[in-house]
Design a binder for this molecule. Sequence first.
Ligand code: CO8
Length: 258
Amino acid sequence: MAYQTLIVEIEDNVALVRLNRPEALNALNSVLLTEMGDALANLDANDKVRAIVITGSEKAFAAGADIKEMSEKGFVGMFKADFFGDATENFLRTRKPVIAAVSGYALGGGCELAMMCDFIICADNAKFGQPEINLGICAGIGGTQRLTRFVGKSKAMDMHLTGRFMDAEEAERSGLVSRVVPTAKLVSEAMAAASKIAEKSQLSAMVVKEAVNRSYETTLREGLLFEKRMFHALFATEDQKEGMAAFLEKREPQFRDK
Ligand code: CO8
């Protein structure tokens, strides 16, 4: 897969998608977001791929939406094109687990892109922020909604209203990231986490992703019912029989996604 703004590699059932606009600290422009949607759709459909890692460079995961591209736009054009609406929908259609591996700046749309992934592992040099207020705008692909759910109202308001950056230690303490690792080991740690996921039954992994994401969309009662029914449904799979037999026989399971 050859892209203008992304480098995609597949290694042992795990895909690594690297944002590649170093001249603009991986700022998200229309080309990049279209290519990201296309890459994720291809990887989702590729049976060799069982988990996906998205990363940037050491200096920047992504420094936000591309300000140069946005600066001349007006309301009518943005509204009619539903600017970045499709890109978000395409991203969220991915059914395989997606890990964000964040080093350096994850600002504005970059922070939002990381939060659209299933979880975030960050390097100890990471800096998260929603500085759109400094540009006279606000977040546009989930920052006000997702950051609030990750870190709570008070900290989300602080980040959006002051535009300040959050370092890796604060991000872990606040629940924005699942783990912090040394910068030099970021990609290998994220790939190792993805490989661990790739060993599991893909059916279970897809159910877990749907069920956890549903907790953001619905009431507790409906979410619990969804989880219980999916739990029941997994007993119709060969992987459930294999997983439990392997445990009882004290051996490693051989999942076949059936
Ligand atoms: N857009 C376009 N170009 C950028 C961006 C950006 N967001 N960020 C950095 N660049 C470019 C710079 O213009 C510069 O290019 P050049 O060398 O041609 O002048 C190059 O990247 C290097 O940047 P700096 O020289 O500024 O590097 P520093 O190390 O001095 O500073 C910072 C790094 C602090 C990250 C700084 O670049 C910065 O503040 N960037 C802007 C951060 C920002 O405001 N982000 C929010 C953007 S708005 C947004 O994301 C809206 C989200 C809603 C929709 C999302 C859709 C995807």
